[in-house]
Design a protein around this ligand. Structure first.
Ligand code: ADP
Length: 317
């Protein structure tokens, strides 16, 4: 369990992490979601004791990480996969880490097997691909067999096979009862992986909920309708209290009615339908709207006024 209370980190005038309080539970994957520059890496560095908070505190299993004799056995982290001495082999890199943390050599072989790097273990890491470097970083994180694992944007730049591998590994680690805390700036990635979500923007907590709650609260159902009697049917559904708009393919998009209600209305008014399909607003869109006002360098989100922003299940003001 990771517990942050009023966690704050300032770099000069920049407030990178602003009064964050959250819990990360064991046996689950908790997604740490926020636009670039939101403060995810800084928060993870504070958890690891690599930086000191300006205010507030964060504990891991009830203790600060810099109070622990062997932190690698409590928390494993992949923060910057490129932070490996390129002249060393993967094996030597891990062996060095094992020795300084009083871990058995056997563990080096175990983690190399686990991440599928055994065959290239004696090669210099300088020639490693991004995916191999990522696997090596994960091997290092797993070395101390820690209960808590943190991954900072682990799938960035990986091919689909690498992404699937990391996703399955995180699921297996959580199924073993470990705490898995993973950051991303992509909602789609979290949707496929996380059980719980912590959303931040400009260092502040925006929402904390289960992924199911987040989906229920943020993916508004709509019904797409194709009919040769467009104008007539638009008036019918509007009269029934629904909101109607056109999509780019000349279909009607109906908000506020179920597919069955829309079908019944068409039947009652003798309107011919060529298509009737339920649709969900994408979660990526919901996330962008939720964090729109907190994006550091906004590229302009057309049509999203601040007062129309989606509100998450666990919205924190
Ligand atoms: P994220 O991981 O969500 O992309 P970061 O934690 O890297 O966000 O950064 C949060 C903010 O803090 C950004 O504005 C970033 O520029 C700033 N920041 C991060 N590290 C430093 C540092 N060492 N010195 C100054 N500013 C920093």
């Amino acid at each position: 369990m990771i517990e942050a209370r009023g966690l704050t980190k300032k770099y000069g005038e920049t407030v990178a992490v602003d009064n964050l309080s959250f819990n990360v539970q064991s046996g689950k994957i908790t997604g740490f979601l926020g636009p670039n520059g939101a403060g995810k890496t800084t928060t993870m560095r504070l958890i690891l004791g690599l930086d000191r908070p300006t205010r507030g505190s964060v504990t891991v299993n009830g203790r600060r990480l810099n109070q622990l004799a062997w932190p690698m056995r409590e928390v494993g982290a992949l923060i910057d996969a490129k932070a490996v001495h390129g002249g060393r082999s993967a094996y030597n890199h891990l062996l060095c880490l094992a020795q300084t943390n009083n871990l058995p050599k056997r563990r080096v072989h175990e983690v190399l097997d686990l991440v599928g790097l055994h065959d290239v273990a004696r090669k210099r890491t300088k020639g490693f691909s991004l995916g191999m470097g990522q696997r090596l970083g994960i091997a290092a994180a797993l070395l101390g067999d820690p209960q808590i694992l943190m991954f900072d944007e682990p799938v960035n730049g990986l091919d689909p096979e690498g992404i699937l591998w990391i996703r399955n590994l995180m699921k297996a680690l959580a199924a073993e009862g470990r705490t898995v805390f993973v950051s991303s700036h992509l909602m789609s990635e979290m949707e496929n992986t996380a059980d719980d979500l912590i959303v931040i923007g400009r260092g502040k907590l925006i929402a904390q909920s289960t992924i199911a709650e987040f989906i229920a609260a943020n993916s508004q159902q709509s019904v797409r309708v194709s009919t040769p009697q467009r104008a007539e049917f638009a008036a019918v559904v509007a009269a029934a209290g629904a909101t109607v708009r056109d999509d780019s393919d000349d279909r009607l998009v109906v908000l506020g009615l179920t597919p069955a209600q829309v079908g019944d209305l068409a039947f009652e008014h003798g309107v011919r339908l060529h298509e009737l399909s339920p649709a969900h607003a994408s979660l990526e869109q919901a996330f962008m709207e939720l964090t729109a006002s907190s994006v550091e360098f906004q590229a302009g989100l057309p049509g999203v006024a601040p007062d129309q922003q989606a509100v998450g299940a666990g919205k924190v003001n």
